[in-house]
Design a protein around this ligand. Structure first.
Ligand code: HEM
Length: 366
């Protein structure tokens, strides 16, 4: 739980372990001017500090509406929520005079060849990534944030997700039944995180951005009915890994590293398999590695009665163009595209951490 505390150089929710339930909520800022935005950042800091650290909601007497929903009883349990706040490129338009302070590599997500984007489920001035092990904690947090920020921001889109436990061991699976996250860079390797994930000095970024990270969120529906009619062998060749063990097709265990050099024509791991396209493991691509931290989603059924399930793909990195965009371009036309449909998401800059009780989100920016 200590690793998920509210205060720190970096926000929790990047290198901290995923929790069982998540909500990704994008907001449009309604505040009219810079003081209004400053006030909003202050409120978000106060509420998310309280909701993550826990404590007794302020008593307001019997004639006032209670200061919190009461969903969690008399005390908000400490450590039950992990919150991460990001900002989108649209926050740096003319409204708040922030154009010159924009994180250098923050842009608006544009469509890739196989996308079917719904503008209503894309973008946003702010993104809140909430995680918890209990859905009532999520419900309470969202009610609390909505209530305290009323008039200053409004929900643009929202999607809830969940992570499976290991089934039966190893990295949790996505809804295609494959272990997802295996080849991620090691989050306990601080030096590697500084090379790949965190924004720091010497990268041309504004000073206030140090300690932040870029976040690509992609809402990707999986056409699960269609997928479930594909032969096992073909499924495995699409990813380049075994479904059961998660091992690369040239290996035996999940942690075995694929040896593409020994298979130059893709006889064992097809050249157009997901892992081979995503990370060809050649020297020039080492700095393109990203930290994938996605969640499964299940939104019931669509109007045609088809299951509306998929992946809230979520990846952190130092540079969107160098990492996510480059990898995504390489994946264009992969066999998997017939079974998935990206429909929403956006690019955000996860703010640096709130250092201590006197600090707040966006210090140095506003
Ligand atoms: C690896 C699934 C979308 C980038 C993998 C693996 C699976 C998987 C099963 C192998 C295990 C692992 O290392 O995690 C999926 C599914 C997707 C999806 C089901 C969509 C529904 C994406 C997207 C990107 C991406 C949009 C980035 C643009 C990667 C990378 C790897 C990977 C970089 C690691 C490759 C390696 O180093 O071996 N994915 N993925 N994936 N995926 Fe995806």
């Amino acid at each position: 739980a200590a690793a998920q505390g509210f205060h720190g150089v970096h926000q929790a929710g990047v290198v901290t372990p995923k929790r069982r339930c998540a909500a990704f909520v994008a907001f449009d800022v309604m505040a009219a001017d810079r003081p209004g935005l400053l006030d909003l950042f202050g409120t978000l800091t106060d509420r998310l500090r309280f909701l993550t650290t826990g404590g007794v909601p302020e008593p307001l007497g019997i004639s006032a509406p209670p200061s919190d929903s009461g969903v969690l009883g008399p005390t908000v349990p400490g450590g039950s929520l992990t919150a991460l706040l990001g900002v989108g490129a649209s926050l740096f338009d003319d409204r708040f005079g922030l154009a010159s302070a924009k994180p250098l590599r923050l842009s608006t997500m544009t469509a890739f060849p196989d996308d079917d984007l719904d503008p209503a489920q894309c973008g946003g001035d702010l993104l809140l990534q909430l995680e918890t092990d209990d859905t009532d904690v999520l419900a309470n947090a969202l009610r609390d944030v909505a209530r305290h920020t009323r008039g200053a921001m409004q929900v643009r889109w929202r999607i809830d997700g969940f992570a499976s436990p290991p089934r039966p061991v190893g990295t949790p699976r996505n809804l295609m039944g494959f272990r997802d996250g295996t080849a991620n860079p090691d989050v306990t390797d601080g030096r590697l995180m500084d090379q790949l994930i965190w924004v720091g000095a010497g990268q041309g970024e504004p000073a206030w951005a140090t300690g932040g990270s870029y976040l690509a969120v992609r809402l990707i529906r999986m056409l699960v009915e269609f997928w479930d009619r594909v032969g096992l062998n073909e499924q495995e060749r699409m990813f380049g890994r075994q479904k059961d063990s998660g091992a690369p097709l040239d290996g035996r265990t999940e942690t075995d590293v694929p040896n593409f050099a020994a298979d130059p024509t893709g006889d064992v791991i097809p050249m157009d398999s997901h892992i081979r396209l995503a990370n060809p493991r050649t020297a020039p691509t080492a700095d393109q590695r990203l930290l994938r931290r996605g969640f499964n989603y299940d939104r019931g059924t669509d109007p045609n009665g088809n299951l509306d399930m998929g992946l809230v793909f979520c990846a952190f990195q130092q540079d969107l163009e160098r990492q996510f965009v480059t990898v995504q371009r390489r994946l264009a036309g992969e066999p998997l595209v017939d079974y998935i449909s990206p429909f929403g998401g956006g690019y955000f800059f996860a703010l640096p951490g709130v250092r201590d009780a006197n600090d707040r989100y966006g210090r140095g920016l506003l």
